[in-house]
Unconditional design. Structure first.
Lengths: 286, 331
């Protein structure tokens, strides 16, 4: 019973992390219908920024996180200007090719600057260790992940549903031409949304160094998970990807804990089955 | 990347360029005698790219899991020879059968849905089989690979030698026969209907074509081709590692075909040659650079190049011909 609760807790924290990284992809892929296989590269950038800032520059962890967000968002903004905006109206094959190309370049650059090995990272002392709650040993860092994830989810939902900018994002996605006619600068809205998505991926990457590990192969290793969150979650705002990510996290952790010999098998099998049964995602728009 | 538009069923006669192309490959024994092992690898990759062209170029299915069928074929041939049956052609047949069955069964999952769903499902199938090969160590040898394959001589007369002469001849013969068959198929009414489906599935459905069944047939055929390519690799190198099923192999396959050009028959072969030779030399210098420039090249091809190397050559040739024809037409 206690191990069940522990696995559930770890799985939810893991899922929350996946959600944070994937939420940007949910916007580009789910809403703008743009296949961005390089999304994991932004998460990797955030991870390396985190490692660098913590170990070389000696910044405190809580300062490092926004720095990772900002740098990844700026990288996203730059790439949106020079590359992505030319690909919005191209075929899916073109998008897949260009973003795989970008991923290869990111992997090569990462191994050139940081070497091919895993990056070690020491979590600050106030976040390491365990607490015992109702007889279950809970990892503090994972609790921190859950808290940050929950806070950001609430903030994002409010931003998307209650602010003027959120309204223009929804308008730009649903009917770009009408939105344009109403005076919303659709291109600019997409740019900012894309940058925020990349920033969140970077933040997730920074938070995830502990849990997911960090090496140059990161973008390819985890892109399946990120795509999965969006493809399974569907395109109806943030709720679908959130549920999908939490489900995925719990199932993955539980699978690896209880039936280690099958390991990653469960996730891939589940993905194929879910996609075949519900091609529109768990929570579909209509 | 716009593939060549579906126009008409071309005549079965082979033009001069095609004959020269295959004669050059056959002359490989004398043209590049010390690079025969690399050349066999190119041929095998080329055959694999041909198979992928059936899926991507002719049927329009974006897949990132085509290595699944390559791997199934490689393991089928590998296990058969390890069990003591080393006759090569029966190994190819078994590989074709196994990959074909896998392809047929999975095709039902793949042809449903749109681009993104297909991409995910094919990726998922590829990863599933990779994990499976990793876990079934009794059969596949897992991470260590399948060691101890013993091949009998081809046709009972040609033993696989150190210099790769027999391997090259064997790969070339198999590739050539399968290429002829593919040429026939894509130029048949069946092949034409698939190009129609690729360009406008709704209209083909309205015209009364069984869109799903055609796609399933083509996907299965492509899986058979991929399986044979995998078996060739297993037999000529007498080793199978789990990398035959890896995601990287599927991604590189897509790169090869795009570099060569989709939907143009020779695109896969040309792309495989360019890719493998470039890989051989550039990764010899530094593997990291290779990956970086490969990525840059891919982006460049999407942004500026249409139809890959072959498409570029054809455009040049057309421009050249137009220039030559102009002075004659003017007076």
């Amino acid at each position: 019973m206690t191990s069940l609760l522990g696995v559930l807790f770890d799985g939810l924290a893991y899922g929350m992390l996946l959600f944070l990284i994937s939420v940007g992809l949910a916007v580009t892929l789910g809403l703008m219908n743009f296949i961005n296989l390089a999304h994991g590269a932004f998460a990797m950038l955030g991870g390396y920024v985190c490692v660098l800032a913590l170990q070389r520059w000696g910044l405190p962890f809580l300062v490092v996180l926004p720095v990772a967000f900002v740098i990844s968002a700026l990288a996203g903004l730059l790439l949106e200007r020079v590359l992505y905006r030319y690909l919005y109206h191209r075929s899916h094959l073109d998008q897949v090719l260009a973003t795989i190309g970008l991923t290869f370049m990111a992997i090569a650059a990462a191994s050139y600057f940081f070497g091919p090995m895993q990056q070690p990272l020491q979590v600050p002392r106030f976040l390491s260790g365990q607490v015992s709650v109702l007889g279950v040993d809970l990892n503090i860092y994972r609790g921190f992940l859950l808290a940050v994830g929950a806070a950001l989810t609430v903030a994002l939902t409010l931003a998307l549903e209650r602010t003027r900018f959120g309204a223009s994002v929804r308008a730009a996605v649903d009917r770009p031409r009408v939105a344009e006619a109403l005076g919303i600068r659709v291109g600019l809205v997409f740019q900012i949304t894309f940058a925020v998505g990349c920033g969140l991926a970077g933040l997730g990457g920074a938070l995830g160094v502990q849990v997911l590990g960090l090496d140059p192969a990161f973008p390819l290793k985890f892109i399946v998970y990120f795509l999965l969150v969006v493809a399974v979650g569907g395109t109806s705002g943030l709720k679908g990807p959130l549920y999908a990510a939490l489900l995925l996290g719990v199932i993955d952790v539980a699978g690896k804990y209880y039936i280690p010999q099958i390991g990653a098998f469960i996730i891939y099998a589940m993905m194929v089955i879910l996609l075949v049964l519900r091609p529109q995602g768990l929570v579909s728009r209509k | 990347m716009k593939p060549a538009p579906a126009t008409q069923v071309t005549s079965g006669r082979a033009p001069l360029e095609e004959i020269v192309f295959w004669l050059v490959l056959a002359a490989g024994f004398w043209l590049w005698p010390s690079y025969l092992p690399l050349a066999s690898q190119v041929l095998i990759a080329g055959l694999f790219a041909l198979s992928f062209d059936l899926v991507l170029g002719y049927a329009g299915i974006v897949s990132l899991g085509h290595a699944a069928y390559f791997g199934v074929g490689a393991y089928a041939a590998g296990v058969l020879s390890k069990l003591g049956w080393g006759e090569p052609f029966s190994g190819l047949l078994l590989a074709a059968l196994c990959a074909g069955v896998t392809g047929f069964l999975t095709s039902f999952l793949v042809v449903r849905g749109k681009d993104l769903t297909r991409l995910m499902v094919t990726t998922g199938i590829g990863l599933l089989l990779f994990e499976l090969a990793n876990r079934l160590t009794d059969i596949t040898g897992g991470n260590d690979g399948l060691i101890g394959m013993e091949m009998s001589p081809v046709l009972g007369a040609f033993r696989f030698d150190m210099y790769g002469k027999v391997a090259y001849g064997y790969s070339l013969a198999v590739t050539f026969v399968l290429f002829l068959l593919m040429r026939r198929i894509v130029n048949s009414p069946f092949g034409l209907s698939l190009r129609g489906i690729r360009d406008n599935p709704g209209r083909m459905l309205a015209l009364g074509y069984p869109v799903h069944r055609r796609l399933i047939a083509m996907y299965t055929l492509a899986a058979v081709y991929a399986g044979i390519a995998g078996a060739l690799l297993a037999q000529t190198t007498q080793f199978v590692g789990t990398d035959v099923l890896s995601f990287n192999r599927s991604a590189e396959l897509m790169v090869m075909l795009i570099v060569g050009g989709t939907g143009m028959l020779y695109g896969g072969l040309v792309g495989a040659a360019v890719f493998m030779v470039a890989h051989h030399y550039l990764s010899g210098i530094n593997p990291t650079y290779w990956q970086f420039w490969l990525g840059a090249f891919l982006i460049a091809i999407v942004m500026f190049g249409r139809g890959g190397v072959l498409g570029g050559c054809m455009r040049l040739a057309r421009a050249w011909r137009a220039r030559m024809a102009k002075p004659a037409a003017e007076p």
